[in-house]
Design a protein around this ligand. Sequence first.
Ligand SMILES: [Zn+2]
Length: 232
Amino acid sequence: MIRLIHKTTDKPIRYVFDTHYHGDHADGNQMFAAIGATPIASEESRSQFDTKGLAGFEKSKQTNPAVYGRLNYQKPILYFPRKLVIDDGTQRVELLHFGHAHTPGDAVAWLPKQGLLFTGDACVNGAFNYLGDGNSASWIRVLTEMQKLPVQRVCPGHGEMGGADVIEKQKRYFVELREAVQRLVDKGRTLDQIRQQIEVPSFKEWTGVDVKTRAENIDFVYSELTGSGKPK
Ligand SMILES: [Zn+2]
């Protein structure tokens, strides 16, 4: 990634922004810090880096020494509460934390001049929408906030780039998943029955994958809606 950036500019890399603490997004911090960049994240994410982030990194060092062997954990050192603006007069980047979505500390990078939104995993395009650290009701509110920006292009955390419609598709999945689970709960269905009977046709249209195969997310939303405790 650093080599690719240097193909487009001879300026130094001053900052690296972690949209959230997950290792596939933040475990490379040290490579950037080593060339003088400051890792940045939302203040809300700090405790996740200190706990789950560090634990996941240490585990990866054990299980994947070929990639992690030479690395040490580098947490962000610059944190912002809701918004941080980097603006040199030519380019402007706004880092924005809207609330709990894919993780409690998710933040996005918004480039207003280009209409570009880098969403991290708060919006993915066709990939698995991991809910294990999430909150589906709050996630919908966060996506609604993103939609207030005049977005032209979405760079999702996973999946292909797209237009602003990717945000709507991500939102629709959670809205319809919650509605579908609630409908079956209201009919007195058990979690096992819900897993078998649930239908969210728009999810398959978007991702090519039947919503039933995302059982983890069905279980998670069921636990949210019924207060039955976080599923294992
Ligand atoms: Zn993630």
